[in-house]
Design a protein around this ligand. Structure first.
Ligand code: THU
Length: 132
């Protein structure tokens, strides 16, 4: 899938974000090595702590279905009341989850502000990552 198509998937995922507490809706679309797409949105909770980011929702959906190899992810986010207008880089926890399953040089992270797409490798966003 092209990065433009993957961003469109992430925008669809963002539409069903459950984010009544922050009012910040995030969508992600993750492509597996064999071309399957898993969408994810952020899912918040009244106790705040149990909330889950869009990226981890997508990863946990995929991994729990047996997927282990991934090519790329697109992420979009911003205030729920508006269309996206700024880049929404993944949080540190989500970067660490990506590093469990993805190669630092060949896994690509696409961010869109609704206009342009910026692409990074995982290694660029999480240098000197921890792993066993
Ligand atoms: N959020 C994500 O879904 N992904 C990120 O990478 C950053 C933050 C969510 C968590 C929370 O529901 C809301 O955005 C505001 O922090």
């Amino acid at each position: 899938m092209t990065k433009e198509e993957l961003v469109l998937e992430a925008r669809e995922a963002r539409k069903i974000s459950y984010s009544p507490y922050s009012g910040f809706s995030v969508g992600a679309a993750l492509e597996t090595a064999d071309g399957k797409i898993y969408r994810g949105c952020n899912v918040e909770n009244a106790a705040y702590g149990p909330s889950n980011c869009a990226e981890r929702t997508a990863f946990f959906k995929a991994v729990s279905e047996g997927e282990r190899e991934f090519k790329q992810i697109a992420i979009v986010g911003g205030p729920s009341s508006d269309d996206i207008s700024k880049y929404c880089p993944p949080c540190g926890v989500c970067r660490q989850v990506m590093s469990e399953f993805c190669d630092k040089d060949s896994f690509f992270i696409h961010l869109s502000d609704g206009n342009e797409i910026r692409t990074y490798t995982l290694g660029e966003l999480l240098p000197l990552s921890f792993g066993l």
